[in-house]
Write a protein that binds this ligand. Structure first.
Ligand SMILES: Nc1ncnc2c1ncn2[C@@H]1O[C@H](COP(=O)(O)OP(=O)(O)OP(=O)(O)O)[C@@H](O)[C@H]1O
Length: 720
């Protein structure tokens, strides 16, 4: 170690000791105060604040900070060293903070400063502040010990510019089975997204591995810090593609000291709002249908159920149907509960259309019926003869029940079924309205709804109808994150917009990974146009942090020939092994995978995946591994937890996940033909790998592998 580095280590060790001792004595002070378990509200609040502070200090004691930035404000004589950590702590002996929270405005310099001698600026609550950065340093503290000091910028130093050295060190590590926080290495283009203002709908197109999920989670932590006065964690929500993915990302927010944010799937959220009036149709046959390999795969066009029912055109149709129900559902005859008492139809209509005009549809009906009942009771009060009163009361109650029944009550499912199923039709919709629904869509949907089930694409319409019937109050969000948003429909976004008054959204995804094209979008404009122009912003993330250069270049090569609009991912300069294209003879794959799995277990990989083209093949491989005594987890559509280790899964369930090593199976001309759908699947599969990628085929390779082989991949035979 040269002397400069030695003195840097010494200085930082000294500083760490002092910081730890301050934190420790604060924690001891708090621990010395007896816990309060009484019922006094003020005391309870104070105890809760103390407990939070104890937990924060205990966490900070493990890793108080990860970076240092020496900054000199324009008018200041002195540079000030700022230590940046996951949470901030004041220094009682100094005006400067002991540790600056990474989300604080000044800490943005640590992420946005990318070198050069010019002034650096950050935006404080009082306006922009400029100055000079003298030093940017990454520090790794493990178990209270300083284990690494890396200077990424030293002003005036000839051979030091901002480099990726520290980032590369972090990316080179093996990952366990949870996504992690990246506070110490957030990149400038990611930081811009994390710190974007709250009341904007951000739409982010990011290549595979560009940190979209990670960035979204950090953005939530930032928003909670920055807007703590008017935003609440319980009113923020993350929509993720499935429960297993939620499990996979579940560690990040607690790591960032954030709790209580709702994390769910669109399906679970919708079913709860629908009070389980429907159950979700089993997704497995649906997935097997759309991901069937070979020539008889279904074609995709606007009129298929997923795309049609996700469109805003379908939402417009539902609006027209609801309007028709509103205008024609109210009974048109006068109401005569007993002889001599008459409520004119015009009065009923006035109560419904005028007096209750602000109420949602079902409430309008309920309130009008209740008012008729009250009117009827008053009418009965005018009858003095006891026997007549009794007789009329009975009559009137029966009349009221018949009247209410004739004015059909609608639930989300009954109303929705009206659109598709003639056998269930209670409302006489104009035929021209229903004719707008493509016939195969109507037939298929009627069949599913009959079983009180719903496909994914039925959920947004059902919840939308629910809101129009009962209202939406109490269901508002301060911020909504949608991950893998390319699989969402415009209808879903319109629905979530109703819940989110400030249009505060983070919508992220990758069109190149749009493998669910039977329900998702082709272009981000489909979402952007749903927001006012000045209330949305589009960002692009092009650098990929997950995989080695070789893997990224391989994945780019797979997709670039098949999609004109594809923009290749830019790898971080992290080199690894070449991608291995393994040629096997017929029937050899299972045996090869078995041998390789044993080898991987002995190696350094903490997580590995065998990725197949179909669900059946995954089950077959998993059974073979089990029979050989090799522990592995089979991942199917309904899996809720991600265990790490060795996983076996079909490629269409692999999105969002990552593994140290990946074996991609059956990349032959039958399973991955030359079409763009298969190219996207192969792209998704390949970009799951961090360090090692093996691509297997028997006999004839897929046309997707038939480009000129570069220096990033090599053909090998099956000898292990
Ligand atoms: N700035 C960063 N520093 C260190 N690691 C990073 C950074 N950005 C992303 N990563 C890592 O890159 C990997 C990919 O991140 P993430 O899963 O968030 O990307 P993604 O864009 O959502 O990927 P995909 O679309 O493929 O699901 C993760 O391991 C994450 O920790």
């Amino acid at each position: 170690m040269d002397s400069t580095r030695q003195s840097a280590y010494q200085e930082e060790r000294h500083h760490l000791e002092r910081t730890l001792s301050v934190l420790e004595s604060r924690l001891q002070e708090l621990e010395a105060i007896a816990r309060y378990y009484g019922t006094d509200f003020t005391e309870q609040a104070l105890e809760s604040a103390r407990e939070k502070a104890r937990q924060k200090l205990a966490k900070a004691l493990v890793e108080p900070y990860f970076g240092r930035l020496d900054f000199q404000e324009e008018d200041s004589e002195q540079k000030q060293p700022l230590y940046i950590g996951k949470s901030g702590t004041e220094d009682e002996d100094s005006d400067n903070p002991l540790v600056v929270d990474w989300r604080a405005p000044i800490a943005s310099l640590f992420y946005s400063f990318t070198g050069g001698d010019g002034p650096a600026t950050y935006v404080s609550p009082d306006g922009p502040i400029s100055g000079t950065v003298h030093l940017k340093r990454n520090l790794v503290v493990r178990n209270r010990e300083l284990s690494r000091v890396v200077d990424t910028y030293v002003r005036g130093s000839a051979n030091l510019g901002v480099t990726d050295e520290f980032l590369l060190y972090r990316l080179g590590e093996n990952k366990d089975h949870r996504l992690r926080d990246i506070v110490s290495t957030i990149q400038s283009e990611q930081d811009q997204i994390i710190r974007a203002p709250k009341n904007t709908a951000l739409v982010i197109q990011g290549v595979a591995g560009s940190g979209k999920t990670t960035v979204a989670l950090h953005r939530l932590a930032y928003l909670l810090y920055q807007y703590r006065e008017n935003i609440r964690a319980e009113r923020m929500i993350i929509f993720a593609p499935n429960r297993m993915f939620l499990d996979y990302i579940s560690g990040v927010l607690p790591e960032l000291g954030v709790g209580d944010i709702q994390q769910t799937t669109f399906t679970d959220w919708a079913l709860e709002l629908l009070d389980n009036e429907v159950t979700p149709a089993d997704p497995s046959p649906h997935l097997a249908y759309w991901f069937r390999p070979g020539p008889d795969r279904p074609s995709i066009h606007e009129q298929i159920p997923g795309l049609y029912k996700g469109s805003t055109a379908f939402k417009d149709l539902i609006d027209s149907a609801l309007q028709y129900y509103d205008e024609n559902g109210v009974p048109s005859q006068d109401y005569e509960p007993f002889p001599g008492s008459l409520l004119p139809a015009a009065t009923i209509r006035h109560w419904y259309y005028v007096d209750n005009r602000h109420e949602p549809l079902a409430r309008k009906r309920e309130r009008t019926l209740a008012r008729i009942k009250r009117w009827q009771e008053m009418e009965l009060d005018n009858i003095w003869e006891a026997h007549l009163k009794k007789e009329y009361k009975k009559k009137a109650n029966a009349k009221w029940r018949a009247f209410a029944k004739g004015w059909h009550e609608m639930t989300p499912l009954t109303f929705y079924s009206q659109l598709f199923d003639p056998a269930k039709r209670l409302i006489d919709f104009p035929p021209s309205l229903l004719a707008r629904i493509p016939r195969p869509v109507a037939e298929l949907t009627a069949k599913i709804l009959k079983k009180k089930q719903a496909m994914w694409e039925d959920l947004a319409p059902l919840v939308y109808i629910r809101h129009r019937l009962y209202g939406i109050s109490g269901l508002r969000f301060d911020h909504v994150v949608i991950d893998e948003a390319q699989d969402f429909s415009p209808f879903q976004i319109v629905l979530l917009k109703l819940h989110t008054p400030g249009d505060s959204f983070t919508i992220l995804g990758d069109l190149a990974q749009g493998i669910h094209s039977y329900q998702g979008i082709e272009q981000w404009e489909a979402f952007i146009e749903l927001f006012p122009e000045d209330q949305s912003a589009f960002y692009r993330l092009s650098r990929s942090y997950r995989s080695t250069m070789e893997i990224i270049r391989f994945a780019n090569a797979v997709l670039s020939e098949y999609s004109e609009s594809f923009r290749p991912a830019v790898p971080v300069f992290r080199s690894g092994e070449k991608v291995k294209l393994v040629r096997l003879s017929e029937g050899q794959t299972v045996d090869w995978v078995r041998k390789m799995a044993i080898r991987l277990r002995k190696g350094s990989s903490e997580t590995a995946a065998v990725i197949t083209r179909t669900g059946e093949r995954s089950a077959e491989i998993h059974a073979a591994l089990e029979a050989a005594g090799i522990p592995a987890t089979l991942i199917q559509a309904d899996k809720t937890e991600y265990a790490g280790g060795l996983s076996v899964l079909p490629v269409y369930l692999a999105k969002g996940l990552e593994f140290d090593a990946v074996l991609l199976l059956d990349v032959d001309s039958f399973h991955y033909d030359g079409g763009v759908q298969d190219a996207k699947l192969l792209y998704v599969g390949a970009t799951r790998a961090l360090h090692e990628l093996w691509v297997l085929y028997e006999e004839e390779p897929s046309p997707l592998l038939k480009w000129e082989i570069g220096d990033f991949a090599e053909f090998v035979d099956g000898n292990i």
